[in-house]
Design a protein around this ligand. Sequence first.
Ligand SMILES: Cc1cc2nc3c(=O)[nH]c(=O)nc-3n(C[C@H](O)[C@H](O)[C@H](O)COP(=O)(O)O)c2cc1C
Length: 366
Amino acid sequence: MSPVPRTPVCERLGIRLPIFGFSHEPEVVIALTRAGGFGVLGVAREPPEAIPEMVARVRHDIGDARFGVDLMLPAGMPERDDPAAIAARIPKEHRAFVAGLRERFAVPPATRPNFFSSVVRTQALFARQIEAVLGSDVDLIATAVGLPPEMLRRAKDAGRMTLSLVGTAAHARAAIDAGADILVAQGHDAGGHTGPIGTMSLLPQVIEVAEPRGVPVLAAGGIGTGAQIFGAIAMGAQGAWLGTLWLGARENRTSRTLLARLAAAGSADTVVTRAHSGKPCRVVRSAWSDAWAEPGAPEPLPMPYQHALTGELLASIEEHDVAPLVYEAAGQSVHWVREERSVAQIVDELVGGILQAQARLRALGA
Ligand SMILES: Cc1cc2nc3c(=O)[nH]c(=O)nc-3n(C[C@H](O)[C@H](O)[C@H](O)COP(=O)(O)O)c2cc1C
């Protein structure tokens, strides 16, 4: 059998497989690195002081292999966490709606905070997260939902590779101008914050912008099979970037309740909602997204006020595992989250699919 295509970006990063994984869980990043792919640890939901230890955890286990860290740095957030000023931006009607949800679903109070209940996304938080990441020995820094050129410049000056997730050709141009070394063309199908253009339409548009400038592009959004990865490479991508599929990985330690919801969900069971963060975000459908879409429900608040409003309730739902309301960001690729498997098993299956797609082409005489 012919080997899996090793694209120039694989050579550059020293990886065997054109499979990139976004995950909040260090164990997933470690396992993916060991399986021959490239792991990127999402730390946007981490307080800055937790970041060094998480990065060190990955480094300890993977030695000299390369890996990345991802930050979400949206523009337009308040300068700093001023509780009175933030509270003043939350209308009474919204507070009453959230209190009503707590009552309707009998959600007990949280006894411990989580990120959403204890932290507000502010410029001051981002500055501290950036310092924590730049102060670590991570090899690549990815940014999404926002592109601070100063951060990219500092990352490059410090010898780090930079990667930017983009959702339109215009974003791609801006990211290259700001100095991104690698782009991820992340389509509407993707889990998490997502733009309006589907992956299949977006990928060639981003490649058209990036290829003449020598910037490699990875495909993201709705990818759950090796055949899709092979197809993306045939279209000019240098690899695929997956997020949702790892939620079904044993190493992710996804709660039983959430795993059951994801395993039961098909591609039509995800929705793009502002009810998660205030910006359009694709999540697996639950009573949470349904409630915010009901007639009479208030419009979700803009980021970061939506989380300032809902953080306590989200922390309570997570802690008490309140089944109807449990959800997570998830892409249309949730179709391929069926049962818990190890990262190595997931990668094996993807590789099998790539080889099968290659064989299919050969059989056609291509
Ligand atoms: C649970 C979850 C959380 C995510 N959070 C982030 C994030 O913080 N930063 C980011 O750049 N992308 C984030 N994403 C998007 C992924 O980086 C990736 O682009 C996306 O998952 C690809 O589509 P897929 O979910 O269909 O594989 C998240 C995705 C998921 C599923």
